[in-house]
Structures are given as structure tokens and as C-alpha cells.
Write a protein that binds this ligand. Structure first.
Ligand code: NIG
Length: 421
């Protein structure tokens, strides 16, 4: 008998995401399944019919009835900028009236507007703002979230942002992975461009490593932002500090970014709306994960979505991000991202769901989560839905009735229907 302090039973399906590829079989569902947890880890998963003869509930343990809904791994949101201050509502209206994202940045707005507000904010104010965004993500079933800096753009302000991420890890339950993004935009007070880059790398990264503030370093490679050569310089410094590399590439213009990610052995290449067939081939050959960010494709009215279908068919591993940020995706709706991964990126619901869970965990180097299997962290969500297809179909609405992180119930929405559809 296996002892458990938490049991989730009554699931119409347990979606384990333990298959090997991102295709439909990868969800490896267990119909009428159950999951048992002890001390924050999954200790058993199987058909409910086997539960009572396999698992005993410890005194004081808790049982959650999924009432015919789905039990699934928590979502791993693989790309966000949830730490920021200020708002860009006026910019939104200007873009709706025809101004472009790049024009606004070139005129000192866009990312640079958020930089001014973020520099003026205290670490505590950043924590308070981001905590509200994370609470919304949690209510959607997000249990792990990557968070970038990139709105400080001085060594001190980038550190303030990353320390805010660390503080958020202590005051709210979502597991956080920090990414340093010092090359997000060149600030007007940078002075000499190459000296500024050199300073950001030589002064920021050692402190990031010493304080354990980030796993990755990221660069926005784009016309009007940073060049492939500058990204090469960052990747070299990141590797010297034992940090992984991620890149924002091929978002607004085709710049050979996917090929660059392959050349640099990046963990992920993110956005990719303008990737070319050669870029897809290069990413597949180099094993770079593609992070799809379809909410920003919609929000920026980009002419096309990243070709998720072609990437999946080429064997590129996929992750999915909300990209929650004030400029290109002011939304915490991970449900919207999931549906757009199907509608825009061309994935099946199963592929999108796998990218949203196991794919994201793998992209962030988190082998302990993203799947339901003995030994994994008990980051689990009870969705009031009959299938993963239902989750993709019923867009931009949370279905998460119960969210468990590390074996602890951290969110309940009992008013949601137990088994829609
Ligand atoms: O991932 N593309 C660059 N960075 C963010 C947007 C940041 C902003 O506009 O504030 C992104 O879309």
C-alpha cells in the first residue's frame, strides 16, 4: 500500500502528458483515473478502479473529487514579463488607430515607457503589481511561470526587477523561473552602445549568478533593438556564467533569428512569426525549443502567426507562453494562448496542451514537473471540462476549479461547472 496525504479522484480523465512526442498520443490519458500525492510529490497515478487497493489516505489527508472533470499537470507559462510598472493603455489606442509597435519604440515610447515607470517604482511596488498578475494566471491553472527582467536597463534596475521575482517566489505560490533580459531596448541614457552592453554583461551577470536570480539570459533580436552579433556577445557571456540562452527572434521581421538560436545552442527561440523554412530546419537540427506566443501575434496585429504546424511537423519541441506584458500582450489569459495556439499556430488541442505543460517544463529545464507520474512535483489542476479539446474550444475562460502546487491546494473556484461539455 502506498500512503498519501492528498488524493484526487473522480476524474473523467487524468491527462498525464507522459508520451514522448508532442502529438495527440503524448497526452497519455487515463480514463476514469486518480492521482495520489505525499509530501508534495506524486506517488501514484492510475485507474480509479485500482485506487483503493493501491493507496491508503493518511489520517488528516484530503480527498478532492474531480466530479468527472480533467485532472492535468499545471500549466507552465514559458515566457512572461509580468514584473513591470505603469500602463500603456494610450499606446494601445494609438496602435489601434494605426501607429506601429516599432514606431512607438523609436519615438521613445513602447518598451521605453515601461522602463521609465519601472525605474521609478520600488521593488515592493513591482512585487505588488506582479502578484496581482500572477494571481490571475494561477486562477487559469498556471503553476510555473518564467519571468523576465528587461524594463530596468541599468544594472541596479535590472537587479531590482530580478529581486522582485525572487521576492514573488516567497509571497505567492506559482513556481517562478527568472530570466535576465538586459538587452531588451537601448535606453536613451545608455551613452556609448557597446560600452553599455559590455557594462550590462560584466556588472549584471556576476550578481545574477551570485544571488541565483536567473537561469537564462535573453536578448530581443530585431531591427531597432539588438543585432545578431550583439546576441552572440550575450550568449558568450551567459555561457561563461553557466546561464542558458533564450532569444526573442523573428517576431516583427525575418532576421535569421531561428538560425542564430541554433548556432548559439539556445534553449529556446521565442515568437518566430517570421521564421523561414531554413530556420525551422536549423532549429530542428539543433534541438532548440520554439516558444509560441500567439497572444502577442494577435495583440500586435502581426500579419501571420508563427508556423506551429510546420515546426511540430519538423520535430521541433514546442512550449507556450502567455507573454503577459504591458506592450504586446496585456493579458493573463493562458486559456486564450491555448486556443490561439490552435487557431493561429495550427496545432491540435493535444499538441497545444502538451506545449503548455510538458513542453514548457522541458524548455525551462524543469524535469520535476509538467507531467503526472510518480516522483514529479504535485502541480495539478482540476479543470471543469470533459476533454483537452474542450479547453481549447472554450476560449479565454478559466476552467480551473482546483489548483494544487507542491501538494497544497492554492486556488479553488467551486462556482465553475464540474464537467462542461
Ligand atoms: O516579448 N518583443 C519584445 N518584448 C516583449 C514586449 C515588451 C513590451 O512591449 O513591453 C515581447 O513581446
Amino acid at each position: 500500500m502506498i500512503s498519501a496525504d492528498l488524493i484526487l479522484r473522480g476524474a473523467g480523465q487524468v491527462i498525464t502528458c507522459t508520451g514522448t512526442s508532442g502529438g495527440d498520443a503524448a497526452l497519455a490519458p487515463i480514463p476514469d483515473g486518480a492521482v495520489a500525492v505525499r509530501e508534495g510529490s506524486i506517488v501514484w497515478v492510475g485507474p480509479e478502479a485500482d485506487l483503493d487497493r493501491s493507496v491508503e489516505l493518511l489520517p488528516g489527508g484530503e480527498v478532492i473529487d474531480a466530479a468527472g472533470g480533467l485532472v492535468a499537470p499545471g500549466y507552465v507559462d514559458a515566457h512572461t514579463h509580468v514584473v513591470f510598472a505603469g500602463d500603456r493603455a494610450r499606446e494601445f489606442s494609438l496602435r489601434c488607430a494605426g501607429a506601429s509597435y516599432q514606431e512607438l519604440l523609436a519615438a521613445g515610447g513602447g518598451i521605453l515607457a515601461t522602463v521609465r515607470a519601472t525605474r521609478a517604482a520600488s521593488e515592493e511596488e513591482l512585487v505588488q503589481g506582479a502578484a496581482q498578475r500572477l494571481a490571475r494566471l494561477l486562477s487559469e491553472g498556471v503553476t510555473t511561470c518564467e519571468v523576465k527582467s528587461g524594463y530596468g536597463l541599468t544594472v541596479a534596475d535590472e537587479l531590482k526587477m530580478l529581486r522582485a521575482v525572487r521576492a514573488l517566489g516567497r509571497v505567492q505560490p506559482i513556481g517562478l523561473v527568472g530570466t535576465a533580459l538586459p538587452l531588451h531596448a537601448l535606453p536613451p541614457d545608455a551613452g556609448d552602445r557597446s560600452a553599455w552592453i559590455e557594462r550590462m554583461l560584466s556588472e549584471l551577470l556576476p550578481v545574477v549568478v551570485e544571488e541565483g536570480l536567473a537561469r537564462f539570459v535573453d536578448v530581443f533580436v530585431e531591427k531597432g533593438a539588438f543585432t545578431p552579433d550583439e546576441a552572440r556577445q550575450v550568449a558568450k557571456a551567459a555561457k561563461a556564467h553557466g546561464l542558458g540562452v533564450r532569444l526573442h527572434v523573428d517576431q516583427l521581421t525575418a532576421g535569421g533569428g531561428a538560425e542564430l538560436a541554433a548556432e548559439l545552442g539556445a534553449a529556446t527561440a521565442d515568437h518566430l512569426e517570421e521564421i523561414t523554412p531554413a530556420g525551422i530546419e536549423a532549429m530542428a537540427a539543433a534541438g532548440v525549443t520554439a516558444t509560441l506566443l500567439p497572444v502577442s501575434t494577435l495583440y500586435l496585429k502581426c500579419p501571420r502567426y508563427a508556423p506551429g504546424r510546420a515546426l511540430a511537423d519538423a520535430g521541433v519541441r514546442l512550449a507556450l507562453g502567455s507573454n503577459c506584458n504591458p506592450g504586446s500582450a496585456m493579458s493573463e489569459s493562458y486559456s486564450l494562448a491555448l486556443s490561439l495556439a490552435c487557431l493561429g499556430n495550427g496545432l491540435s488541442a493535444a499538441e497545444a496542451f502538451y506545449a503548455a505543460t510538458a513542453g514548457g517544463a522541458a524548455a525551462l529545464g524543469l524535469e520535476d514537473r509538467g507531467q503526472i507520474a510518480p516522483g514529479r512535483r504535485a502541480d495539478l489542476v482540476v479543470h471543469g471540462a470533459s476533454s483537452v479539446e474542450h479547453l481549447a474550444w472554450h476560449m479565454a475562460a478559466s476552467h480551473a476549479r482546483v489548483v494544487v502546487i507542491g501538494g497544497r491546494v492554492v486556488h479553488r473556484a467551486d462556482h465553475l461547472p464540474a464537467r462542461c461539455g
